[in-house]
Ligand binder design. Structure first.
Ligand SMILES: Nc1ncnc2c1ncn2[C@@H]1O[C@H](COP(=O)(O)OP(=O)(O)O)[C@@H](O)[C@H]1O
Ligand SMILES: [Mg+2]
Length: 311
């Protein structure tokens, strides 16, 4: 397997010639141009291909012995099984050859949404989540996600941080460390449910398509769980996008996805914050240079919301 680049993603020209030829064959026209969108921390190929006919498609690809390939295969199964009207692009195909696998997805045209208070994109994302989680996932989706165990239930971090608190742990965490450990310990019992969970919702895993509006991409972590998971994970993202934590706490109290399960929402947020506070302090993994700095910011943002829910 090629060593992943320490900065940036694999490029179209890194994909074996046989797989490129297979894709061009399946798409019925040669690739004229490729563009790697900003966003994400992965090292795999994730590129918009412009075909000679002018049409665009989106492709994710990696070697078969790269752990991202099973994630891409999972994403393909999920995209094929989401109910009609779900805020996701269509799956166009999946191709394996020469020890690599590529997933071809309908191209969405537009920037990442602006989750700041200046835009209505965050409102759109909340509305999509309220709708997506208002009824149980269909059987096709349950079958698609059943092959991969959900990792959401195993989120934690405060237990490890409390055992040996780092010197730079913020006072807001240090002062209520025992309470955070106890709340986080409640999460696994609340983590199961029958709703669709995207599992990795951030602005860079959404595209504001010119026709469809805000649409969720990167369904590689999709699973089932309680309705609140995606909406609660949007909360720290909104703080990072400069919403004041008080407004975000109000959204959590008001939106059906989170309002109907306040204890589960708090337990999830605390477990997520613990995971970020712990992982942010680990060494940088290869191919993801910005990950730890992001986790530090996300850890602080989630704590700002949690403080309001606990006070
Ligand atoms: N269907 C799509 N159409 C257009 N751009 C997309 C599409 N899916 C993802 N992207 C863009 O590509 C980036 C990387 O894709 P993503 O699926 O998030 O891969 P990764 O798992 O590597 O983060 C996203 O941040 C987004 O900007
Ligand atoms: Mg992504």
């Amino acid at each position: 397997m090629p060593v992943p680049p320490v900065t940036g993603r694999l490029q179209w020209t890194d994909v074996p010639t046989q797989l490129r030829a297979r894709l061009e064959d399946a798409l019925d026209t040669p690739v004229a141009d490729t563009a790697t969108p900003a966003g994400g921390f992965g090292h795999q190929l994730a590129a918009a291909l412009t075909l000679e006919c002018g049409r665009r498609v989106f492709v994710k690809a990696a070697p078969d012995d790269d752990p991202l390939t099973p994630a891409n295969v999972h994403e393909a199964a999920v995209l094929a099984a989401l109910p009609p009207g779900a805020p996701a692009p269509d799956l166009l195909g999946i191709h394996s050859t020469a020890g690599w696998t590529a997933v071809v997805i309908a191209h969405l045209d537009g920037p990442h949404p602006d989750l700041s208070p200046a835009s209505t994109d965050a409102e759109q994302a909340w509305a999509l989540l309220d709708k997506l989680t208002s009824s149980p996932a269909p059987p096709s989706y349950l079958a698609a996600v059943s092959t991969i165990p959900s990792t959401a239930a195993s989120l934690h971090g405060w237990d490890e941080l409390a055992a040996d608190p780092p010197a730079d742990l913020p006072a807001a965490a240090r002062d209520r460390l025992q309470q955070l450990v106890e709340l986080e310990a409640l999460w696994p019992a609340h983590a199961h449910g029958d709703r669709i969970v995207h599992g990795d919702l951030r602005a860079d895993n959404m595209v504001r398509d010119h026709h469809r509006g805000v649409t969720f991409v990167d369904w590689a972590h999709a699973t089932t769980g309680p309705a609140c998971i995606d909406a609660a994970s949007l909360a720290p993202q909104l703080v990072l996008a400069e919403h004041v934590p008080e407004d975000v706490a109000r959204l959590l109290r008001d939106h059906p996805a989170t309002a109907n399960s306040p204890e589960t929402t708090t337990a999830f947020l605390v477990a997520l914050a613990g995971h970020w506070h712990r992982d942010a302090r680990k060494p940088t993994p290869p191919g993801a240079p910005g990950l730890r700095a992001y986790q530090h910011r996300a850890a602080a943002a989630s704590l700002a919301v949690i403080r309001l829910r606990l006070s």
